[in-house]
Write a protein that binds this ligand. Structure first.
Ligand code: SAM
Length: 277
């Protein structure tokens, strides 16, 4: 009784993994979002398997049926229409229920549009947040983007053709016209396009040719730039600590070296501490 979470391609069928094929061939049942769509994928790889529909709207009810099947000894694979299940796709309730029932869950990793786009974006990838789809209603979308205004790490969004321009216009208003955005379109498919522009120029680029607005999109958005005169709290407390036993010039130099900041900036900050003491 094992549940396998199996990633499938996001466009190019050659991106299926050997383990995915092997797993899909051996399981007793494949739970899929759209059984007709997945039927075609399985047919392409010569996989004959029983399919079981698991959609977002019926997942909680259907999950219990799958738990019963797993408990009876069946092995099951979960796939979604494309990419990694649970990433903006069904599966969370099922995996949670498996964990609660001590049923083994095994990942079979593979394609994921968010990660594929991030790796080619040329924006910092050491820290990032996956934001998925923004709310459809303008006010909720603007409120959510406003809550991200101070994020300094890279942000990943999924977006659909018909909301792309509205979303970018909201980003322009809230994050500023110069914020860099990488648009990754139709990844792994024939019309794969990856462009990087300040958000205002990206909107112009899309409006120049409406065909550019069609397809599947990931938006990778640069985080807020740390301004030169922004010194984080840790650097400030280090400077204060060093000042207890060192002259300001030395304390500022050491803090600058530790945090990669400008010596003079810390020196000026230290002077303000001395004035207030
Ligand atoms: N589970 C999928 C994954 O692992 O990426 C995501 C499923 S979500 C319902 C579908 C959205 O993912 C699309 O609207 C688009 O934003 C993004 N997406 C999926 N395939 C893509 C592709 N080939 N190129 C660009 N974006 C893609």
């Amino acid at each position: 009784m094992t549940l396998y979470i199996v990633a499938t391609p996001i466009g190019n069928l050659d991106d299926i993994t050997l383990r995915a094929i092997e797993t899909l061939k051996k399981v007793d049942l494949i739970a899929a979002e759209d059984t007709r769509h997945s039927g075609l994928l399985l047919q392409h790889f010569g996989i004959k398997a029983k399919l079981f529909a698991l959609h977002d709207h019926n997942e909680q009810d259907r999950a219990q049926q799958l738990i019963d099947k797993l408990k009876s000894g069946l092995s099951i694979a979960l796939i979604s229409d494309a990419g990694t299940p649970l990433i903006n796709d069904p599966g969370y309730h099922l995996v949670k229920a498996c964990r609660e029932n001590d049923i083994k869950v095994v990942p079979i990793p593979g394609a994921c549009a968010a990660i594929a786009a991030l790796c080619v974006a040329g924006l910092p990838s050491d820290k990032f947040s996956y934001e998925g789809f923004l709310p459809a209603k303008a006010k909720a979308r603007q409120d959510y983007l406003t809550s991200l205004i101070d994020q300094t790490h890279t942000m990943i969004f999924y977006e659909s053709t018909h909301r792309l321009i509205d979303t970018l216009q909201d980003m322009q208003t809230i994050f500023g016209a110069d914020r860099q955005v990488v648009l990754a379109k139709e990844l792994t498919k024939t019309w794969e396009t990856i462009v990087s522009y300040p958000v205002s120029e990206l909107i112009q680029w899309l409006q120049t040719d409406t065909a550019r607005q069609k397809g599947e999109f990931v938006l990778i958005v640069e985080g807020k730039a740390k301004t030169d005169n922004e010194i984080d709290a840790k650097a400030i407390s280090t400077l204060k600590l060093l000042l207890k036993s060192l002259p300001l010039k030395q304390a500022a130099a050491l803090t600058a070296e530790i945090y990669g900041l400008k010596k003079n900036q810390l020196y000026q900050l230290g002077l303000t501490f001395e004035k207030t003491n």
